[in-house]
Design a protein around this ligand. Sequence first.
Ligand SMILES: NC(=O)c1ccc[n+]([C@@H]2O[C@H](COP(=O)([O-])OP(=O)(O)OC[C@H]3O[C@@H](n4cnc5c(N)ncnc54)[C@H](O)[C@@H]3O)[C@@H](O)[C@H]2O)c1
Length: 357
Amino acid sequence: MVKVGVIGLGAWGWNVARNFAGLKDCELVACSDTDPKRLAAAKKAWPQINPVSSLDEMLAKFPEIQAVVISAPAIAHYPLAKQALLAGKDVFVEKPFTLSVRDAEELTAIGEKNGRIIMVGHLLEYHPVVRRLKNMIQANELGEVYYIYTQRVNLGRIRGDENALWSFAPHDISQVLYMLEMEPIDVSVRGQSFIQEGIEDVVFLSLYFENRIMAHIHLSWLDPHKVRKTTIVGSNKMVVFDDTEASEKLRVYNNHAEVPSVRSYGDSIQVRFGDILIPRVDMSEPLTLETQHFIDCVRTRTTPLSDAQDGLRVVRILEAAQKSMEQDGVPVRIQGGKSDKLPSSVFADRRWHALRA
Ligand SMILES: NC(=O)c1ccc[n+]([C@@H]2O[C@H](COP(=O)([O-])OP(=O)(O)OC[C@H]3O[C@@H](n4cnc5c(N)ncnc54)[C@H](O)[C@@H]3O)[C@@H](O)[C@H]2O)c1
């Protein structure tokens, strides 16, 4: 039995705690929230748990806890994770890992030095459909990947402590990196704050990868429709993953454009329309798979799929994305752990040459 303590029992943290409480090889020993009402509700839901008011109290009273799960607001991730790691605990941190590359690097180093497991809550990496998409891409089923776009929009909870970029993009960025097994060259973002000054509600983010692959991410909590969609266009096939569908979440379109190898004057490019397939994907709740993976990693001392390095990669892109958004969409390069501004003229040149290569 892995003994776990959960910090933060808000809208999402509650689901996280519910999952850890339900795993066979895990014991939810203690929960903490700064709001006593949340703690009282948790005690009612899981009578076996010990409510505590802080991580300090949790560490002092329950030294048998092996792993600390942090689902408090993003601003609290770094200090709580650092304290738990230094106390010798393994740590699960919700996304975003931290709010800066510096903090993410420090936590990663502490984890490595002390042999602690760090896992970041990149939920979509545990989604059965995303795993299927990754397999399809890596097995070259779609052909050459041309571009990906994701939409994460609805009229939803408008947060006051973080913008739509930091709140939503960790999902889409981690998903794209996981599927492609690549890191982008640069990121360009435009966003706008309509409701609260300085907190962007709507964000359009573009990642540019090697081999001309593009990924475009649309995020908003100000939209009439709830959309959770990923579209991938390849040279052989196109796929659409719609996470709002109850069962038929994945559609594969056997459609593509056919360019003749020798093209003489007057030949047109053929567009082929094939069958549309709905593959069967065995579904389990991604959060259950994710929490079970953390417990397995703690038990067997294996590196999680969404480990600290994965969290760091995503924070690196988020930080560069924030920089780009503050400069009205100027592409910001993502390079070896530090991002620096790439002048637009260089960007334009590079793309021009790439297109003609
Ligand atoms: N993986 C996902 O799909 C997903 C979805 C939503 C949110 N999240 C992440 O989960 C985390 C929590 O999100 P939420 O929607 O539950 O937020 P929330 O605002 O609903 O709840 C946060 C809770 O943490 C408590 N809290 C604040 N500071 C604390 C501290 N220092 N110690 C203990 N408790 C503290 C608050 O009282 C509140 O109950 C965030 O990091 C968020 O980004 C992940």
